[in-house]
Design a protein around this ligand. Structure first.
Ligand SMILES: [Zn+2]
Length: 131
């Protein structure tokens, strides 16, 4: 059974390949080169974490299928649905970011919030605080 690494960012490997070919010693300061190297080390460590998580997910998904709890198709459909929902939320966050009001806890569009001593609050809480 071959599984696609569902959540991998498509450009991660491209980014690593480009970064490996950069000459960070020559044109940038030592301090900047060190910071970039630290970021690349962090990126590689996260890559290893993702690979480990992929392995764990493959084992768990394989167990679900082998034990007859779910079919391969059901696993694929649920993963596709979860990824579609995640994409929808990411798009919403990008186009219309949401915040939780610090006073009433309602979730509202960030553009409709006001910064106060309590934190970001919705319009009606802002009016209540102003009154
Ligand atoms: Zn509120």
């Amino acid at each position: 059974m071959s599984m696609i690494p569902w959540w991998r960012e498509p450009n991660r490997h491209d980014f690593n390949r480009i970064a490996d070919h950069l000459d960070l010693e020559g044109e940038v300061s030592d301090s900047l080169a060190m910071q970039v190297r630290k970021l690349l080390e962090l990126d590689r460590a996260q890559e290893q974490d993702i690979t480990r998580l992929e392995t764990i997910i493959k084992v768990l998904a394989g167990l679900l299928i082998e034990t007859g709890v779910l079919s391969q198709q059901q696993v694929s459909q649920r993963v596709a649905a979860a990824l579609a929902e995640q994409t929808r939320q990411e798009m919403q966050e990008r186009t219309n970011p949401q915040l939780r009001c610090a006073r009433c806890q309602e979730t509202v569009a960030r553009k409709d919030t006001y910064m106060t001593g309590l934190g970001a609050v919705c319009g009606s809480c802002y009016q209540a605080l102003e009154a």
